[in-house]
Ligand binder design. Structure first.
Ligand code: PMV
Length: 367
């Protein structure tokens, strides 16, 4: 049996702006995981996950086209990851095999609700890791990340891929996204292998490690309501076409300044980081006001306001509309406000999630 796990993630800054090619964000990988267990199968492949109901999904090969045909329910990211890995396997002339995937997740609550910690990104990475080992593809972390991004944008073309970068490389990172439309077009015309190694299509994209901010503590609160990132990103995009909308022209620049300043603050052991997170919350509030898309729900507002009242910095993490908010506090201040913040969160039905960064691992090559 092959067992692979991939961590979830949190956005710290740069949401929405990172969707534009070349846009940047700061993320951290967190120590909650999706685990994929792979065992060799025969005649049929299966995917089992408590999140997909009790009955396993089954797939068979269309031998004529060397393609995967999904017979039951579309578990889109898993099958996009299988498809992309199989294309790589085929291009290397390796014999196809069947395998069963068993998926278990710590990125959902007991009732199966998502926390917004990047479960689709983590499952994509864990499946690709498992198949990399199963077929002995020998992919580098950067190649696995790229393959996962190609798989993901077949399902969700707007996804920036920040979640995949956090899941692949761990730790704190600064991520800049490639032009995913160009990648899709290139893959459709030239195939997966060609696209993985194409220099032009990945231009402007990078992942850089940020130092662990020793003097900062990360608190995470869950609002209890899951949100649809794809729908929110789509709504924000659509407002750009509406004439009545008050434009927020400097959004991309303001967001990038937050990402740059946060990276610089981390390099100074966190000095100035709280001010940047505070600013990043206002940048998202302005985006919300100009687009009419609700990013900071009443629960997220309460989560952030409570933290700010205690001298911490807070903001929604990711697309907002529910999910999680993050808080940074300084560990070198005389009295940490964490206990007080958590107490008030509980009074307001905000669930503190006990998370720590998942450690950085693996080299990051230039794209
Ligand atoms: O809602 P999350 O945690 O999946 O984060 C979404 C972040 C966006 O920038 C809004 C979208 C993206 O794909 O980067």
């Amino acid at each position: 049996m092959i067992e692979k796990r991939a961590p979830g993630k949190l956005y710290i800054a740069g949401e929405y702006a990172v969707v534009q090619p070349g846009g940047s964000a700061v993320l951290v990988a967190v120590d909650r995981y999706i685990t994929v267990r792979l065992t060799e199968g025969s005649e049929v492949g299966r995917v089992r996950s408590s999140a997909y109901g009790r009955t396993p999904l089954e797939w068979v090969r269309d031998d004529a086209n060397d393609r995967i045909v999904l017979e039951h329910h579309p578990t889109d990211y898993v099958f996009a990851a299988i498809t992309a890995s199989e294309q790589l396997r085929s291009s290397r002339g390796l014999a196809p095999r069947y395998y069963d995937l068993d998926i278990s997740s710590e990125l959902d609550d007991v009732s199966g609700q998502k926390y917004g910690l990047g479960s689709s990104g983590a499952v994509t990475i864990a499946v690709i890791d498992a198949l990399d080992e199963f077929y002995r593809l020998g992919l580098t972390p950067t190649e696995r990340f790229k393959l996962a991004l190609l798989a993901t944008i077949e399902v969700s073309p707007d996804s920036s891929g920040g979640d995949l970068a956090a899941s692949t490389f761990g730790g704190w990172i600064r991520y800049s996204s490639p032009d995913r439309a160009a990648l899709r077009t290139h893959r459709a015309a030239h195939g997966t292998v060609e696209t993985l190694s194409s220099v032009r299509e990945w231009a402007g994209s990078s992942v850089r490690r940020l130092p662990h901010p020793n003097h900062l503590d990360l608190l995470v609160g869950w609002t209890g309501s899951p949100a649809s990132t794809e729908r929110l990103v789509e709504q924000v995009r659509r407002t750009e076409e509406r004439p009545a909308v008050i434009p927020y022209d400097s959004f991309a620049d303001d967001s990038r300044a937050c990402v740059d300043d946060l990276a610089a603050a981390f390099a100074r052991r966190g000095e100035g980081a709280l001010e940047v997170v505070h600013r990043a919350r206002r940048v998202l509030q302005r985006l919300s006001a100009s687009s009419g898309v609700l990013i900071e729900t009443a629960q997220l507002r309460a989560l952030c306001d409570i933290a700010e009242r205690h001298g911490a910095a807070a903001k929604p993490s990711g697309a907002g509309g529910g999910d999680c908010g993050i808080v940074l506090t300084r560990t070198d201040s005389p009295a940490s406000p964490a206990d007080e913040i958590i107490r008030e969160w509980r009074e307001n039905d905000i669930l503190p999630l006990s998370l720590a960064p998942h450690p950085a691992a693996g080299d990051i090559d230039d794209f």
